[in-house]
Design a protein around this ligand. Sequence first.
Ligand SMILES: Cc1ncc(C[n+]2csc(CCOP(=O)(O)OP(=O)(O)O)c2C)c(N)n1
Ligand SMILES: [Mg+2]
Length: 582
Amino acid sequence: MSTPTLAEQLIDVLLQAGVERVYGVVGDSLNPVVDAIRRADGIEWVHVRNEESGAFAAAAEAQLTGRLAVCAGSCGPGNTHLLQGLYDAHRTGAPVLAIASHIPSVQVGTGYFQETHPERLFTECSHFCELVSQAEQMPRLARSAVQHSRGLGGVSVLVVSGDVFHRRAASPTGESAPAPRSGAVVPSDEQVRALAERLDAAETVTLFCGAGVAGAHAEVMALAEKLHSPVGHSLRGKEWIQYDNPYDVGMSGLLGYGACYEATNEAGLLLLVGTDFPYDAFLPGARTIQIDHDASRLGRRTPLELAVHGDVAATLRAVLPLVEQKTDRSFLDRMLHKHAHALEHVVSAYTHDIEHHLPIHPEYAAKILDEVASEDAVFTVDTGMNNVWAARYITPNGRRRVIGSFLHGSMANALPHAIGAQLAYPGRQVISMSGDGGLGMLLGELLTVALHQLPVKIITFNNSALGMIKLEMMVDGLPDYQTDNGTFDYAAIARAVGIHSVRVEQPADLRAGLADALAHPGPALVDLVTDANALSVPPHITAAQAKGFALAAGKVVLDGGVGNMLRLARANVRNIPVPAGR
Ligand SMILES: Cc1ncc(C[n+]2csc(CCOP(=O)(O)OP(=O)(O)O)c2C)c(N)n1
Ligand SMILES: [Mg+2]
């Protein structure tokens, strides 16, 4: 066999790492990589319409499977397109490797056609970003890139000029023991003891959970039971902890609902469990303990009484036997009642006669979508009002997944995320909850869906507006300006590229329209014509009150309906045990 090129060597290393596809757009300096993929078994090139989407698709695949996913961009503009999706992947901790091909190596530094400096460009959105300028650096740097992404969780970037990719390898590719996923971070005995002491000493404790509780549902429930703790969550924690949870008090943050804010602020001790929740204004700023597997996050949102460096599951398993069973559950019961009451109030105030509302009320649409979607659906959620609808209406059950650009907050993530999700799970129902602004921003990805016949279900909440920004302007007391997207028929656009589609304008047609699309074996789009003014500011909120921060305004303005959450809250209150003699 002839000596492989560096491009072939890289593809070999990726195959050894279990990579099955590379998302991107072919071009010049990337051609040797694409050609190596063409000739390799077990790995394919996925042609997308914009490298940004390729990076989002890889991010979704990595996030959902926990495995390394790969995207690529050709030199200059192909690289700069990657940035958005790579920021999203990196902030989410998704193991993504980006192949950033570079201008001809002899031209670097001359201001050549399409020249950028990818090692500088990607520094902020990666753990590892290195230039391969000679054959002797491979395959070691490729393996190191793989390991940085997997080991640290996040992005690594390999920068290679097209001519360098064409060179013959100087070292055998060989094999290296596959890098395992990171091991568990177990806190020191001393920290575990300190944690147990403080939990015992506190009269009341609230647990506030983030995405770090993934895989630790049982441990969190066991601790809540011992401490009689209300359990609240962030947006990213919701899918992991809200289901089967008799201690649920809802969500905190700008989109929050229920009694989470009260429970976190009124508790004698707040335990932050695997959360890097960024909105410090929602936290008490005192009486707080934090558990996180990433030591750099400890105390960066709020002063701590105790910082515990450990995985959530490992830490809770260690501390549970040391913690005493609390006897007084009055704080928990008060919070559960408050939670149910808060939800009852908003539901009766908000969802009256909603099934006749025209244009379709987006909350009603989200509620029906939740009902007709499958039990293990993957929902990808566009940044904008869809975040609110997903947070409030998509019922987690431990099998469904809900992902979005929840940390980077980029628009247009839902459709490319759905493309990656569907390729990773070909047989699973994948639903893109798209805004009309988000869909328009990366509209070309409809062609990717059509080209590859991916059975993605695109549900467009088409309010003809940048709805979230309309709301922000209202809250800030600004006149609504430039938030109009124009009225377009996305069903007709999708139909024109061969995607099964339906436009739904009447609430009575919602259920059938959604069910029909979800049952369709191929790609499908539902264009839901929804109300841009779904959220109205109650008259007693003045601009001055709302200004500065949306704690009050956000809570009131965004206090829409809450779907199934109310049923769960009611059930939790019903299940409060009645102590003997009372
Ligand atoms: C790339 C990018 N540009 C701008 C923003 C600011 N932004 C956040 S939400 C939003 C509006 C989204 O509109 P649409 O997709 O129609 O969703 P809606 O809020 O109307 O449901 C904008 C402009 C952003 N987050 N990302
Ligand atoms: Mg919109």
